[in-house]
Design a protein around this ligand. Structure first.
Ligand SMILES: [Zn+2]
Length: 151
C-alpha cells in the first residue's frame, strides 16, 4: 500500500473496520515516512484470503467450512442456528479485519473456540478436540473432569 502523498511503501494500519456488510475492509493508515494519514477501502473477493493448513498447503477461506465445523460440535446441544450464524459472522469479521491474506487454520480454530467457550462448554470441548488436538490426552480429560460434563 503506497502513501498517496509521498509514495512511500511503508504504512501502518491504525484501525480496521469491516464495512458494506462484510464486503469491504476500511483501514485508517499512517505513512511511516511523512506521517500523513489516509483511508483505504479494500474490497473482498471470494478467494482473496487463504488459509494455511497444518501441512503447509493452502486453500481459500470458506466460511461454510467454519459453519460445518461448528454444526458438528453442537450436535444435540441447545444451540440455535441463529447463534451459529452469529459465531460464523464474528469469525469471518475477525478474519477480514486482519491485515493479512494468509491465515493459519489454527488461528481460525481459536477464533471459533473463544466464541464457543462463552456459549456451550461441551461444544467448545468437541470443537477443541477436533481442531486443536489437545497436546496430551491428559489435558483433555482434565478439562472434562473440571467441568463434570458428559460428552
Ligand atoms: Zn507519505
Amino acid at each position: 500500500m503506497k502513501c498517496p502523498f509521498c509514495n512511500a511503501r511503508k504504512t501502518q494500519v491504525l484501525e480496521s473496520r469491516v464495512v458494506e456488510e462484510g464486503r469491504a475492509v476500511r483501514r485508517r493508515r499512517e505513512c511511516l515516512r511523512c506521517l500523513k494519514r489516509f483511508t483505504t477501502a479494500e474490497h473482498i473477493k471470494g478467494t482473496s484470503i487463504w488459509v494455511i493448513k497444518k501441512d503447509g498447503t493452502r486453500e481459500p477461506f470458506d466460511k461454510e467450512k467454519v459453519r460445518r465445523g461448528i454444526l458438528r460440535s453442537i450436535e444435540k446441544r441447545p444451540i440455535s442456528l441463529e447463534l451459529v450464524d452469529r459465531i460464523v459472522h464474528g469469525v469471518e469479521k475477525e478474519v477480514l479485519i486482519r491485515d493479512s491474506q494468509e491465515i493459519p487454520s489454527r488461528w481460525i480454530g481459536k477464533s471459533v473456540l473463544k466464541r464457543l467457550k462463552k456459549i456451550d462448554k461441551v461444544a467448545w470441548l468437541r470443537f477443541a478436540s477436533v481442531y486443536l488436538e489437545f497436546e496430551k490426552l491428559d489435558d483433555f480429560e482434565k478439562a472434562i473432569g473440571k467441568m463434570q460434563v458428559k460428552i
